[in-house]
Design a protein around this ligand. Structure first.
Ligand code: PLP
Length: 388
């Protein structure tokens, strides 16, 4: 039986939180009130301006394939977004509309990674990116990072861990699960180090819209020789529409186009027309008020987790996660999360979904739910901890 299953599937890790989600659904079906703080998905609906643009296109009935790289108008709008937001000029030719950041990574690794080549990534990090490397026969060298480097890779770590098998390095800023940003100077040094070593640099910028202090720096402000991944999922509230984008260095444009034609044909047409409204001024006003709400949620949750005795070495600056050390209460965060769900009906994510180093003492709390619900979750957490 075993032989029929591709070996690579054995090296791809499941999302452990799915077990908890499954259990949460069972509890809900039994009538229990469950508060969801495990899911990396905004609780806000897609802005109506975006929905309306999608509906208008749907009603035309012309829901045909688009060019593989995406609607030319959308690629232009994304290029304009880089000019306005970051003061960076990117040719629309280098921009590919993709089925989410996930589709962007499939293309980026598909055009740049050979079997057995290795990528440097931080531990902890978002697990799917690691699994995509495995899918292409590559290897991940996960480097332990901590609060000293804001849970980000540094140029020093990249140089120290670089071997003849290394193809490149990937950073995600703000990071999932820690919400921390790489400092602009460190980003510059990392990109310069990778460029000097002749490797590929991948920057996962999916949470760039959701920062609560300093604006995040795009890798494109440092160099054109980078892969930049972004998405309409999180800031733009379009998770289920499955649409994002990838920006590639010039020399990869042709190969990326070829791969996109073959793997996806194109990203969903409906979603692309809807996303045309994502950069409208009125959409922006709504998205910015959501960002302010996320900032307030972060402050609320951060303060209460500290009060309860969780350790959070750096206050997260973006995304919608707090990665907290829970060793005061347990040395098995998966069991803690499972028991907490069972006893109190609050779902959170165990550290082992994001890495292996010290992960059993970490929990990720997503503030993708209202302050009112989080206030109840905090009370339940306090009761659970005090019960011992
Ligand atoms: C860091 C990071 N990158 C990429 C993704 C994939 O996002 P999507 O495919 O929905 O755009 C996620 C989703 O949670 C993420 O957290």
């Amino acid at each position: 039986m075993h032989v029929r299953l591709a070996e690579r599937t054995l090296d791809i890790s499941p999302f452990y939180v799915m077990e908890l989600l499954h259990r949460a659904k069972q509890l809900e079906a039994q009538g229990k009130d469950v508060i969801h703080m495990e899911i990396g998905e905004p609780d806000f609906a897609t802005p109506q301006t975006i929905v309306a643009a999608g509906v208008r296109h749907l009603q035309s009935g012309e829901v045909k394939y688009t060019p593989a790289a995406g609607l030319p108008e959308l690629r232009e709008k994304i290029a304009a977004f880089y000019r306005q937001r970051y003061g960076v000029s990117v040719s629309p030719q280098r921009i590919f509309v993709t089925p989410g950041a996930s589709g962007a990574f499939l293309l980026a690794f598909g055009v740049s990674l050979n079997p057995n080549e290795e990528l440097l990534m931080a531990d902890p990090c978002y697990p799917c990116n690691r699994n995509f490397v495995t899918l292409f026969g590559g290897k991940t060298n996960s480097i332990a990072v901590d609060a000293d480097s804001r849970y980000q890779l540094t140029a020093r770590l990249i140089k120290q861990h670089w071997t003849p098998a290394t193809k490149g390095a990937l950073i995600a800023s703000p990071s999932n699960p820690t919400g921390t940003l790489i400092e602009p100077e460190e980003l510059r040094r990392c990109i310069q180090a990778v460029n000097a070593l002749g490797g590929c640099f991948y920057s996962d910028e999916i949470y760039h819209g959701l920062v609560y202090g300093e604006q995040a720096t795009t890798a494109l402000a440092v160099s054109d020789d980078v892969f930049v991944v972004n998405s309409f999922s999180k800031y733009f509230g379009m998770t289920g529409w499955r649409i994002g984008w990838l920006i590639v260095p010039d020399e990869f444009v042709e190969a990326t186009e070829k791969l996109a034609q073959n793997i996806f044909i194109a990203t969903a047409t409906l979603s692309q027309y809807a996303a045309l409204a994502a950069f409208d001024e009125s959409t922006g006003v709504e998205l910015e008020s959501r960002r302010a709400e996320f900032a307030a949620r972060r402050d609320f949750l951060y303060q209460h987790l500290l009060r309860l005795g969780f350790e959070i070495p750096i206050k997260p600056e973006g995304a919608f996660y707090i990665y907290a050390r829970c060793d005061k209460f347990t040395d098995d965060s998966f069991k803690f999360a499972a028991d907490f769900l069972e006893a109190e009906g609050v779902a959170i994510t165990p550290g082992k979904d994001f890495g292996s180093i010290g992960a059993h003492q970490m929990l990720r709390f997503a503030y993708t739910t209202s302050i009112a619900k989080m206030a109840i979750a905090v009370q339940r957490l306090e009761r659970f901890i005090n019960r011992g």
